[in-house]
Ligand binder design. Structure first.
Ligand code: NAD
Ligand code: UDP
Length: 319
């Protein structure tokens, strides 16, 4: 197969490129480096089955040659990022989804949309099955991301119903691992970097809010299986093991061997109180479930951040 992956220079997009290449496929990566980095693709330089196009997917997309798949992963994903780039976030979720769907239609390619657990908002049903319609504040600061993704799902289903495009929708729950930006503001990267620097871990609110964290290799395997499957309608891919932010902070302190303390900061507006995927569909239709526990995943992720923190320390000492 020959597939286009947008957001290829990002955290998940770059791992997804690796997954397709590992199975012998050809990959065209596309990104405008808004929140991604060429470093995430540096290991693919010289790979004959990989090609990169620098492009903003909110503009008309041209890709030469046939495509069997279009996977739309371009979008800021950390709350800090999408609050810094609210208009770009709305545009890539709406115009970017429209452009990538148009490309899939023209090429006769299968389309996969990277959606999110944020479509459930601050959920009133727990855990969240795909049938839940969500509880989102459209005019709050997180609305730029949540509503863009909800629009993207609606647009994807309209292209399926009206144009007959073969579509998949993955609702991704909090994922972590190597290639996250150390200062992207997400909780796992924040806590690990703070612990490694011996700084206090910043827990927002009273830290009783929960999230369910999926290690990147599990997430990418679930997405790959969904793309290859016949599953229709959205599918949750995430790890259902649920932790409070205080529990996560303690785990990170333990796993890094840090002496850091915990510091409480104000809770951001509309921060969901709980989040946990119901993964019955993924289990039954994809034969998928996560293999890596949070403790294991943290152990695999910490060396990546340790190297970055040490390099930064060396630069700071040299100045
Ligand atoms: P990321 O910020 O690391 O990657 C996003 C990539 O998209 C970046 O490389 C960025 O430069 C690129 N991009 C943004 N706007 C673009 C545009 N207009 N044109 C071209 N490229 C553009 O984030 P990520 O964690 O890898 O997330 C990837 C996708 O997965 C996003 O769609 C996100 O909404 C979704 N998702 C991720 C998570 C998670 O926990 N990581 C959870 C839910 C959903
Ligand atoms: N959070 C925190 N400290 C941080 C960063 C985030 O306590 O330094 C909290 C945040 O308020 C939320 C949870 O961690 O309750 C997950 O935040 P993240 O930004 O990773 O993603 P979200 O799930 O909110 O999209």
């Amino acid at each position: 197969m020959r597939v286009l992956i947008t957001g290829a220079a990002g955290f998940l997009g770059s791992h997804l490129c690796d997954r397709f290449l590992a199975d012998g496929h050809e990959v065209v990566g596309m990104d405008n480096f808004l929140t991604g980095s060429p470093d995430n693709l540096a290991h693919l330089i010289g790979e004959p089955r990989f090609r990169f196009i620098e492009h903003d997917v909110t503009n008309y997309i041209y890709v030469e040659g046939p495509l069997d798949g279009v996977l739309h992963f371009a979008s800021p994903a950390s709350p800090v990022d999408y609050l810094e780039f609210p208009i770009q976030t709305l545009k890539v979720g709406s115009l970017g989804t429209h452009k990538t769907l148009g490309l899939a239609k023209k090429k006769g390619a299968r389309y996969l949309l990277a959606s999110t657990s944020e479509v459930y908002g601050d959920p009133q049903v727990h855990p969240q099955p795909e049938s839940y319609w969500g509880h989102v504040n459209p005019i709050g600061p997180r609305g730029v991301y949540d509503e863009a993704k909800r629009f993207a799902e609606a647009m994807t289903m309209a292209y399926h119903r009206y144009h007959g495009v073969d579509v998949r929708i993955v609702r991704i729950f909090n994922t972590y691992g190597p290639r996250m930006r150390p200062y992207d503001g997400r909780v796992v990267s924040n806590f690990i970097v703070q612990a490694l620097r011996g700084e206090p871990l910043t827990v927002y609110g009273d830290g009783s809010q929960t999230r369910s964290f999926c290690y990147v290799s599990d997430e990418v395997e679930g997405i790959y299986r969904l793309f290859m499957s016949d599953a229709q309608g959205p599918v949750n891919i995430g790890n259902p093991a649920e932790f409070t932010m205080v529990e996560l902070a303690q785990l990170v302190i333990e796993a890094t061997g840090s002496t850091s303390s915990i510091e409480f900061r104000p809770l951001p507006t509309d921060d969901p109180k709980v989040r946990r995927p119901d993964i019955t569909r993924a289990r039954e239709e994809l034969g998928w479930e996560p293999q890596v526990s949070l403790a294991d995943g943290l152990r695999r992720t910490i060396p990546y951040f340790r190297k970055l923190v040490e390099e930064q320390g060396a630069v700071a000492r040299a100045l």
